[in-house]
Design a protein around this ligand. Structure first.
Ligand code: F6R
Length: 242
């Protein structure tokens, strides 16, 4: 694991540099997109480079990490709508090139298998952007998730629902209880993983991820087994590292 500690603007530039290199060198690049606050500066930086420097996503495909189950299609916090607003519609992805788990499918098990198949057909994910939850989740693989898990339905913990209530008028009751999420086994197949964490509320999860024993109770610790992970932290998120 490579750990980079810098201010959040520098981190966004470094992450955007890695994505730009992929877009400029690969014939059919595949990017993994995270939702939430952590990647927003990266998406802003990529949008700026698209507008000012002609950075093109036209040959790329993208795969989202997760989606709520039981949220209205037009809800602004549906992850598909968030990704559209934050990055997908701000750059030049081709029609249909940004994929997400179908959280509104009638058969969620079939939708999960279908999503895994689509990722495989695209040739796997070249660069996966990740955030981390304060309880150590990545995507929505909450504590106790199998380290080998694949895309499936998961329950969100109360802690995650509390953390995400800020996107739902501060009302935890409005935060969905279920999601479809890539599994830890799915994420581990990405060729390069760039995890961004900022703020003191991530410090314990970051400490466990980088320095703790590998355990399903801190799901991000599985990344210690991955050959190419870049962990990007601000001072506060890095404050518990030894
Ligand atoms: C989002 C996701 C989550 C978030 C995590 C951190 O697609 O999968 O794992 O990355 O909850 O969220 P933020 O960045 O909002 O602190």
């Amino acid at each position: 694991m490579e750990v980079v500690i810098a201010d959040e603007y520098t981190l966004a530039e470094l992450a955007a540099d890695a994505i730009e290199a992929l877009l400029r060198t690969e014939a059919a690049p595949v990017i993994g997109l995270a939702t939430g606050s952590s990647p927003l500066r990266i998406y802003d930086e990529l949008t700026t480079r698209h507008k000012n420097e002609g950075l093109s996503f036209a040959r790329a495909q993208a795969f989202m990490l997760d989606e709520y189950v039981g949220i209205a299609d037009d809800h602004p916090q549906r992850y598909r709508n968030v990704i559209d607003a934050e990055i997908a519609t701000r750059v030049d992805f081709a029609e249909g090139a940004v994929h997400g788990p179908e959280g509104s499918a009638d058969d969620l098990a079939a939708a999960s298998a279908d999503y895994e198949r689509k990722i495989a057909e695209a040739g796997g994910i070249d660069l996966q952007i990740l955030g981390i939850g304060s309880d150590g989740h990545i995507a929505f693989n909450e504590p106790g998730s199998s380290l080998a898990s694949r895309t499936r339905v998961k329950s969100l913990t109360h802690q995650t629902r509390l953390d995400n209530a800020r996107f739902f008028d501060g009302d935890v009751e409005q935060v969905p209880k279920l999601c479809l999420t890539q599994g830890l086994g799915t994420i581990m197949e990405a060729k390069h993983i760039v995890l961004v964490a900022t703020g003191g509320n991530k410090a314990e999860a970051v400490h466990q991820m980088v320095e703790g024993p590998i355990s399903a109770m801190w799901p991000a610790t599985v990344l210690q087994m991955h050959p190419h992970v870049t962990v990007m932290l601000d001072d506060a998120a890095a404050s518990r590292l030894q």
